[in-house]
Design a protein. Structure first.
Length: 564
């Protein structure tokens, strides 16, 4: 008998499964599934469901299927299927040979529908869509029965067969379950099971012109696959009676238990597939894999690791009530993961030219610089040092305030891994007065990072050699929206798009060790942030980096409780 892993997180879903195992329900089997609709790319909210379903199966020694619930040909495509498969694999989960499609069951689903007609629990309705809506009633008023509700079994069977044969126009007939038009649960008021749709399906092409509704196909697909625990989000709670009704009416041997949990809501973004599609189609973002998107493709391109996503999903846990998770927690998990695995390198995003006047012209030194201060196994690299360098513009001020500790006239700082330098002069643009070049002197006795006379400096700044550094484009990505809950604005949510969510810097310089690095490689730019080589636009000729996350939280503080 499978037992729960004692170290696994406890939650109400696992408590239900533990009880089922104790009472030998489902013969103590645990079989889950992740059933996305292939009409868009997966996002971080789907990752929570993926980790939950595959995690529970692994914990209890069970199985988890991957199934495409492809019951609506409109908007579904092989592109989305491929992206879903790739995303689930990227997260680190394996469904072995259990990849299924609801469209594989179309014939069986049709026969189930015929069976329901024959036993008087389904009928063909010829009301229009608007009439069906009007007859359904409201939350406070019962619905009215369709005038076609008492059609004979023979007539409904004939019409349903002809619907399949393509004899009728879209909208002329639907197949409905015969349940209860007075039910307090509107979902149970004779829901539609099949509708006519002359739309080619990405897998079955034009073989079918009637398609099952999600509620009808989903529970039966679960039953056909002998799923034990059908785990879904809270919006399907009202649909659970219908889920059970179809399985009971057909007297199927396999009857899974539907369990609902709170979906993931994340601040400063949207996790509505409809809204994400709008952002893509309206050109508000550069596509499904835009690094500002909450899609797994976007997060991956931004440089996030599957380990960081899985850590985030574990931290937020599973609850019964909806809540919103602060984006800062996701960023913290990404930052924590990157801190362990990202090699440290130097990059200057907004270069300011520095000339060391007393450094010999033509001389080049190489400093041995570790890739990680706490992980010697990462090794080190040689970084060339020369007379002319680049530093960050923000690391110099001609007239600094009192607490400015970096480079300034007559002020001394240490160059990372290198010498102490002191600013002795500046060169300005005659038209704007902007400082374009800083002249310094260096102390050759301070290569060790310490001065023989014991003097200390207030700051250490990073740099690159002007002659040896490599040009790069750096894309500074930030949160997609400027407010925590953009959907509070309704249809005007795009008005809250963050105008500063992307800043592109094209004159950056990075140390030469980064020349030719593989797309997708991750680094910490010292004192700047964590970055990833863009897997789409970067090449040997054009080096492009995406900012994954800043070195510290610049938006909000996370409580110690959340960090645990």
């Amino acid at each position: 008998m499978p037992q729960a892993n004692a170290s696994a997180p406890a939650d109400f879903i696992r408590e239900i499964i533990d009880e089922h195992i104790r009472t030998n329900r489902f013969q103590s089997r645990v079989a889950t599934r992740f059933p996305p609709e292939p009409n868009g790319y997966l996002h971080i909210g789907h990752a929570k469901s993926i980790c939950l379903n595959f995690g529970i199966a692994a914990q209890y020694g069970g199985t988890c299927n991957l199934r495409m619930d492809d019951t609506d040909p409109t908007g579904e495509s092989q592109e989305y299927v491929d992206s879903i498969i790739g995303d689930v694999k990227w997260l680190g989960f394996d469904w072995e040979d259990r990849l299924y499609y609801a469209s594989d069951y179309y014939e069986k689903l049709y026969q189930f529908a015929v069976q329901l007609i024959k036993i008087g629990k389904a009928y063909v309705c010829s009301l229009s869509a608007n009439e069906i809506r009007e007859y359904r009633g409201t939350l406070t008023e019962p619905g009215k029965e369709s005038p076609f509700r008492n059609r004979s079994v023979e007539e409904s069977l004939d019409l349903f067969k002809r619907m399949r044969a393509g004899e009728f126009k879209e909208g002329t007939h639907v197949l409905r379950a015969k349940i209860d038009m007075a039910s307090p649960n509107i979902t149970m008021r004779d829901p539609i099971m099949y509708r006519i749709r002359y739309e080619p399906h990405y897998r079955t092409n034009n073989k079918w012109c009637i398609y099952p509704m999600y509620d009808f196909a989903h529970c039966l697909s679960d039953s056909l696959e002998k799923i034990t625990h059908s785990i879904c989000t809270l919006e399907f709670e009202n649909n659970r009676p219908l889920y059970d009704w179809f399985l009971d009416a057909l007297e199927l041997e396999s009857h899974p238990q539907q369990i609902e949990f709170a979906r993931l809501n994340l601040s400063y973004t949207v996790l509505s597939k409809r809204r994400l599609i709008e952002l893509v189609e309206n050109g508000n973002v550069g596509g499904w894999d835009d690094p500002r998107m909450p899609t797994l493709a976007g997060l991956r391109r931004r440089g996030c690791t599957p380990e960081a996503i899985r850590s985030f999903c574990e931290r937020i846990g599973v609850a019964k009530n909806d809540s919103t998770i602060d984006m800062a927690l996701l960023e913290y998990c990404i930052r924590e993961d990157m801190n362990e695995r990202a090699p440290r390198v130097m990059a200057v995003l907004r270069p300011l030219r520095v000339v060391i006047d007393n450094y010999p012209e033509g001389q080049i030194e190489e400093f041995d610089c570790p890739y990680h201060p706490q992980n010697a196994d990462m090794g080190s690299r040689k970084v060339p040092f020369s007379r002319i360098l680049y530093i960050e513009q923000e690391d110099f001020m001609e007239k600094p305030p009192k607490k400015f500790y970096r480079l300034a006239p007559d002020k001394e700082v240490r160059l990372r891994y290198g010498y102490f330098v002191k600013c002795v002069n500046v060169v300005k643009d005659p038209n704007t007065g902007e400082v374009t070049e800083v002249h310094c002197t260096y102390d050759p006795e301070t290569r060790s990072g310490f001065a023989p006379d014991g003097r200390k400096v207030d700051a250490t700044i990073h740099w690159v050699s002007a002659e040896h550094s490599v040009p790069a484009e750096v894309r500074l990505y930030d949160r997609l929206f400027s407010v925590a809950n953009p959907l509070e604005a309704g249809s005007d949510y795009v008005g809250h798009l963050n105008s500063k969510s992307l800043e592109i810097l094209r004159t950056c310089r990075v140390e030469p060790s980064l020349k030719g690095v593989a797309p997708g490689s991750r680094f910490q730019f010292e004192r700047v942030g964590y970055f990833c080589v863009d897997p789409v636009d970067s090449s040997d000729q054009d080096l492009v980096f995406n900012r994954t996350v800043t070195l510290r939280d610049t938006w909000a503080k996370i409580s110690e409780k959340e960090r645990r």
